[in-house]
Design a protein around this ligand. Structure first.
Ligand code: 9D3
Length: 232
């Protein structure tokens, strides 16, 4: 999996991807991360990336030239890396369809994902028409730009790349697909703040434990996320 990010805040992406499981996946070369600073592709001496909107209105609009030039550079790098055509350009925007696990699974099948992060009041529509395959939002709240949304998507997609998670955890992904929330977990000590670990978990009766956990999953889903049960 090769991630390419077109952004005005490259350090935000580099910092966000440098830790935990994604950081390790990049180090182990299971994931490649190529961050492009859109400002590096300007052709004016002040490195200006935005201008006033035609027709008037508040704020500034990102100009098409540096966005397109950074996209072309990303495509050039994809060619150099072997030139696979399995590439999607994703524009992070509040106007996109809402990201979810199903979209993550689909995008994990791609070889190259190019994330375009906007700022200001948006990006000139003409370059979006030429390069964007998918418009995606991460939810109905207002962020200051697309970078955190790109990080959320890259994190969710990375753990679906087979080499990224250890085999035991990937097996867990399969069983989680029953669509229920997880059962509660306990570890030592057996009593903490006067609260005891449920007796059944100490019993060694594996069938009973499994039944208890299934019941807990169901009760918890009913209580916290009843919307998940509506199609079951
Ligand atoms: C001030 C402009 N807003 C008019 C009401 C629209 C707007 C444009 C751009 C609001 C936020 C943003 C910046 N957000 C993103 O680029 C973004 C985002 C988000 O804000 N919420 C959820 N998902 C995403 S993906 C990219």
């Amino acid at each position: 999996m090769n991630y390419h990010v077109l952004t005005l805040f490259p350090e935000m992406i580099e910092q966000g991807m440098g830790h935990s499981i994604t950081g390790r996946a990049i180090k182990n070369e299971h994931i490649h991360l190529n961050v492009m600073n859109i400002r590096d592709f300007t052709e004016n001496k002040h490195r200006k990336v935005d201008d006033y909107p035609y027709g008037g209105g508040a704020g500034m609009v990102m100009q098409p030239q540096p966005v397109y030039a950074s996209y072309e550079k990303a495509k050039e790098i994809i060619q150099q890396q072997g030139g696979s055509k399995k590439t999607k350009v994703i524009y992070l925007t509040p106007q996109g369809r809402t990201f979810n696990q199903e979209i993550a699974k689909d995008l994990a099948k791609e070889e190259n994902l190019i994330f375009l992060c906007g700022h200001y009041e948006g990006i000139d529509e003409r370059v979006l028409e030429e390069i964007v395959d998918e418009n995606i939002s991460i939810g109905d709240y207002v962020l200051t730009g697309g970078e955190l949304a790109a990080l959320v998507m890259m994190d969710a997609i990375a753990r679906l790349v087979p080499e990224v998670l250890h085999n035991d955890i990937s097996a867990e992904i399969e069983s989680f697909s029953d669509g229920l929330l997880e059962y509660p977990q306990y570890t030592r000590p057996v009593e903490w703040h006067g609260k005891k670990v449920p007796e059944i978990l100490l019993s060694g009766h594996h069938a009973n434990i499994e039944a208890w956990r299934k019941e807990q999953s169901y009760k918890r889903t009913l209580e916290r996320r009843p919307d998940l049960l509506e199609n079951n």
